[in-house]
Structure formats: structure tokens, C-alpha cells
Write a protein of this length. Structure first.
Length: 333
């Protein structure tokens, strides 16, 4: 019920922005992209390819997963993430299950998905902190937005410190957190955690991030390459809209909006929240607010295209022959 309320609120925000900015102006700026949509989509394709490279490298036995399988599995998980209220709570287990169908153990599948997710969150938190600090220093953020930016910076820094300590000291942070929730009575019944199994999965995860620094660095570089593709995409969109802005602006905007997918993970395609966030940031930087709305709208459109491809990929992957002994436990007699 709560998620439906948030979806309705997001739809309301979207409607209010449309009414305030004027549908004609938004349609004009969106249509202005024209042929530029093709290279912009190519940039997004590069982003997905680099994320697939990072995902493949996150698999301990990476040679057993081809690049194409890694790409299709990532797109399948992203489709679930984008189109449902479940966010990562269903998309990440789906990726682990699809890796199991490729011949890995479930622990290896979960470790790979979490490794890729953690590295992506680390890059996003670092970028987000830098972007929000830039906005606080150089943009005219409204007081509520400035307060939210400070809170997000604190959350990012806290996450980065926890991740560094956990990996550096080989601490079972995930197992410890879930075990604490179980002891506190938050988890019960079928949700009662098997901390020993979670720790075994974290052993695989830490085996990559802590014991194989070259592999961890390669994953980090791939994730950074993916984010660079998004910065280039945004720069191209601004150019297509004939918006003259300092070269730092695409990087600052992309970095500052990293919080959207994390904070509003439960909102399908971040409906309304993305438009509102882009509109505030564009306005604070002295750029046309309608352009910010159009950027968010176009990015949602290309995400829908990729989500459609992800659904097709998941259908193809689940139709493939399952290696013996790798069927989901609830299918085995």
C-alpha cells in the first residue's frame, strides 16, 4: 500500500511539473533531440556494456560466464528493477538465479551480484558526494534541497567508510546486519536468516574485493567507464538542446543525480522523482528547467527500451538448457 501511495505521489509530481512548465515547451525540447537520439542511445549502450564487463569480472569463475550471458543477465535484472516495486530485492536474486543456471553455485551467484552492486554503489557514492558538494558551493539550491544534499553527503560518506572498513578488515557486514535484524525480531518465519550461509557467500565476495586487488581494480575501472558513458550521454543531450554550459556541468549533474535510483529504488522508473530532481538541479545551475524535465523524460524512454530488451533476454535465458544439478531447489524433487 505504501509503495502505491509513493507511485501516486510521483505521478502527481509529474503532472504538476507538466502543468507548471507547459506541455508545449517540454514537447518542443524533447523533439529537438531529433537525430541526436541515435548517438545518445549508443552512449547508453556503452554504459550497459561496461556494466556487463564489471558484472562478468565480479564472477569468481568469470571464464565460465560469457560476456553476452553477463549482458543478458544484467539486462534481465534491470528490467525487473525498472518495471516493478521490488527494486534490488527481486532483481539481484534474479541475477544470482540466472548465474546458477549457467553452472555456478547459488553462493557464487549471489556473491557476484553483490560484488557488482557494491562496486557500483561505491562509485556512485563517491561521484554523488562530489556532485552534491559542487552544487552546494556553486549552485543556488533552495534551502530544502540544500538540506537534503547535506543529508545525502553524510549517508554517502558513511557508506564509503563502512565499505572500506568491511573489505579492509574482512568483516562480515551483511551477515552481521542480517543476523542483528533476526535477533531483534525484525525477521521471522521464512525470513529467518541462515547467517552461516550468508557468511559463506560473503567469503566469496571478500575473496574478490579483498584478496584479489587487481580484479577489484578492474571491476572499479569498468564501473567508472560506465559512469563516464552517462556523462558523455548527458553532454550530448545538452548539446542537442542547444544549451551552452560549462564543461563541468554534465559531470556535476550526472554525479549529483546518483541518489535518485538509490533513494527511490521502490519507484518504477523513478516516476516523477527523476523529473523533479533534474528540474531542481537544472534550475539551481541556471539552466532551463524544462530542459531538466526533458532530460529525465528521455532517459526514462531509453530505459524502457532497454527494459523491454531485458524481458526478452530473460525469456531467452530461462529457455536455455539448464545444466544438470543447477535447477532451483524448489524444482528439485
Amino acid at each position: 500500500m505504501t509503495r502505491i501511495v509513493f507511485l501516486l505521489l510521483g505521478t502527481l509530481v509529474l503532472g504538476l511539473l507538466l502543468w507548471h512548465l507547459g506541455p508545449a515547451e517540454i514537447l518542443r525540447t524533447t523533439a529537438q533531440l531529433g537525430w541526436h537520439a541515435l548517438p545518445i542511445l549508443v552512449c547508453y549502450g556503452v554504459y550497459q556494456a561496461m556494466r556487463a564487463v564489471a558484472f562478468k569480472l565480479s564472477v569468481l569463475r568469470s571464464r565460465e560466464v560469457s560476456f553476452l550471458d553477463a549482458l543478458w543477465i544484467r539486462l534481465s535484472g534491470d528490467a525487473i528493477h525498472s518495471l516493478t516495486f521490488s527494486g534490488p530485492f527481486l532483481s539481484e536474486p534474479t541475477k544470482a538465479w540466472l548465474l546458477k543456471r549457467r553452472g555456478l553455485s547459488l553462493a557464487e551467484g549471489f556473491a557476484a551480484t553483490l560484488t557488482a552492486a557494491v562496486m557500483n554503489l561505491v562509485v556512485g557514492a563517491a561521484m554523488g558526494t562530489a556532485g552534491l558538494v559542487y552544487l552546494l558551493r556553486h549552485a543556488a539550491l533552495p534551502p530544502p534541497a540544500a538540506g537534503a544534499a547535506v543529508a545525502l553527503i553524510c549517508l554517502n560518506v558513511g557508506f564509503l567508510l563502512a565499505a572500506a572498513i568491511g573489505v579492509g578488515m574482512r568483516i562480515y557486514l551483511i551477515g552481521s546486519a542480517i543476523g542483528w535484524l533476526g535477533r531483534a525480531g525484525v525477521l521471522w518465519g521464512r525470513l529467518k536468516p541462515d547467517v552461516a550461509a550468508i557468511n559463506r557467500m560473503e567469503d566469496v565476495l571478500l575473496g574478490i574485493l579483498h584478496d584479489r586487488p587487481a580484479r577489484a581494480a578492474a571491476i572499479m575501472l569498468a564501473e567508472m567507464g560506465a559512469q563516464l558513458a552517462l556523462v558523455v550521454e548527458l553532454a550530448w543531450i545538452l548539446r542537442a538542446l542547444n544549451i551552452t554550459a560549462p564543461a563541468i556541468y554534465p559531470l556535476a549533474i550526472e554525479a549529483a543525480t546518483k541518489f535518485i535510483t538509490v533513494v527511490f529504488f521502490f519507484m518504477p522508473l523513478q516516476l516523477g522523482t527523476a523529473e523533479g530532481s533534474y528540474a531542481v538541479i537544472f534550475g539551481a545551475l541556471g539552466l532551463p528547467v524544462a530542459a531538466g524535465f526533458s532530460v529525465a523524460f528521455f532517459r526514462r524512454f531509453r530505459s524502457l527500451l532497454v527494459a523491454s530488451a531485458g524481458l526478452a533476454a530473460m525469456n531467452a535465458l530461462t529457455r536455455k538448457q539448464v545444466p544438470p544439478g543447477t535447477m532451483p531447489d524448489h524444482w528439485q524433487g
